[in-house]
Design a protein around this ligand. Structure first.
Ligand code: SDX
Length: 423
């Protein structure tokens, strides 16, 4: 299968075809405009390959997700998040020495420059932590200007400091003192400690919570060319530095149709509970074209089968709540919603299944993370994926600045008239 043929205005054009390692086929249209004068048209990029990548493979019909070839089901239950960070960014699972060095480097770079605390002080108390996270990440470039020699060190700095930034934003929002990172804890345990410890107590890490957070971060670590990762590549393609590119990714993730959905899901479940747990009423609202209500946590551009992450999270939610001796009425509502929706022709015909955001918020709630921090948790998980794609693009010497075309539909040429001539 070497070429594709296109006929336009009676002329035939032959276009090269590329085939990936999983036999995905891409029609190479790089010369289409030069040859035919025409461009492709694909608003929302649902059928457009923006790049070739060796990082993550998704088969939306089969519900398959693999990071560098490793099935998400294996990584989620056997790997540490730090191992997955190394795997996504550097392309292989670290051996013992590599992992030890990587963990040690991450531990040594968790502190923020003390002057950065002044930035937090300027935010109003109710400032959304995603706004703070995005601006703080971009501000890191004022302390660590980009340089080829320090690129790997800046990657370490960013992964190490993002959890400190997230924890400081949380502590600021509840008016508690910042808890400084500790070097004697794992990446996830140290994050929990910075979130939940208070100066007067000796914080004890709950292992069930640590395992759950490790799982959640791994499940969110990458997802090929999603909206925020494509944003990181778009911004990075202009040779903007790592911190600026990742800050842009945080902003794209914040949208309620993307990473912001986990916050929307919990607020939706709470609204349903407050309305007498009448979940069938909300399934009907989601189907009603006159209503702009969506069943947040349902549907996906790529998965037309179960999102494998949702399957893992649904099981983990039950385990975490049981291990913590907790129950959550919102979980029952979520399960009822899922059961009704998966039998409803509207959802079945459109292949709308629960996605990664549908159950994650229940676990975050159970471990004490507030709703407005849910998307920050998504960003913490997705950071290694964003970095991996940025690094893959920047190391590809053939990569060019991203500059899509358009089909113009505005006014054709007309002459300027002075204000006195205009009707
Ligand atoms: C993430 O890309 C990624 O990989 C993202 C992500 C990642 O890891 O990076 O997986 C993370 O963003 C998950 C998605 C979280 N968002 C939500 O849960 C928000 C609710 N879902 C929808 O907004 C929607 O399903 C999207 C945004 C996820 C996908 O949008 P698409 O692909 O543009 O699909 P669409 O909006 O064109 O929907 C197709 C049809 C439409 O109906 P018709 O016009 O055919 O009649 O399905 C309907 C939609 O109205 N539909 C929904 C629905 N999602 C789609 N109807 C009700 N409730 C929903 N949730």
């Amino acid at each position: 299968m070497s070429t594709a043929k296109l006929t336009l205005n009676g002329k035939e054009y032959e276009l090269p075809v590329i085939v990936g390692s999983e036999n995905e086929v891409g029609i190479d249209v790089q010369q289409l405009r030069a040859k035919s004068g025409a461009i492709t048209y694909d608003p929302g990029y649902g059928n457009t390959g923006a790049c070739q990548s060796a990082i993550t493979f998704i088969d939306g019909d089969q519900g398959i997700l693999r990071y560098r070839g490793y099935p998400i089901e294996q990584l989620a239950t056997q790997a540490s998040f730090v191992e997955v960070c190394f795997l996504l960014i550097y392309g292989h699972l670290p051996n013992h020495n590599e992992l030890t060095n990587f963990e040690s480097e991450l531990t040594r770079h968790t502190l923020l420059h003390e002057d950065m605390k002044k930035f937090f002080e300027g935010y109003p108390r109710g400032a959304h932590p995603m706004a703070q996270l995005a601006s703080m990440i971009i501000s890191l470039s004022t302390y660590y200007p980009e340089s080829e020699s320090e690129l790997d060190l800046n990657i370490i700095r960013l992964i190490a400091k993002i959890k400190t930034l997230a924890a400081f934003a949380y502590k600021k929002s509840i008016g508690q003192p910042y808890i400084y990172p500790r070097n004697d804890m794992s990446y996830v345990a140290d994050f929990m400690h910075m979130l939940f410890a208070v100066p007067s107590e000796n914080y004890q890490v709950n292992e069930v919570v640590e395992r759950a957070l490790n799982l959640l971060l791994i499940l969110h670590a990458d997802h090929e060319q999603n909206c925020s990762t494509s944003t990181v590549r778009m911004v990075g393609s202009s040779q903007a530095d790592l911190f600026a590119s990742i800050g842009a990714g945080v902003c794209a993730l914040w949208g309620p149709l993307h990473g912001g959905a986990n916050q929307e899901v919990i607020e939706m479940l709470q609204m349903i509970q407050d309305d007498g747990a009448n979940y069938k009423k909300y399934v009907d609202k989601a189907k009603d074209k006159n209503s702009d209500f969506k069943l947040f946590g349902f549907g996906h551009r790529v998965y037309k089968n179960f999102d494998p992450r949702a399957t893992i999270l649904k099981k983990s939610t039950d385990e975490v709540l049981h291990a913590l001796g907790m129950s959550d009425p919102l979980l029952e509502i979520a399960k009822n919603l899922e059961e009704v929706a998966l039998k409803d022709p509207y959802f079945v015909e459109r292949k709308l299944y629960p996605n990664v955001d549908f159950y994650s918020g229940i676990i975050y709630r159970a471990i004490g993370i507030p709703t407005n921090m849910f998307t920050v948790m998504f960003a913490l998980g997705r950071l290694p994926g964003w970095i991996a794609h940025w690094r893959e693009m920047r190391s590809d010497k053939a990569s060019r600045i991203n500059r899509p075309r358009q089909v113009y539909t505005g006014a054709t040429v007309r002459d300027y008239q002075s204000v006195f001539e205009r009707k």
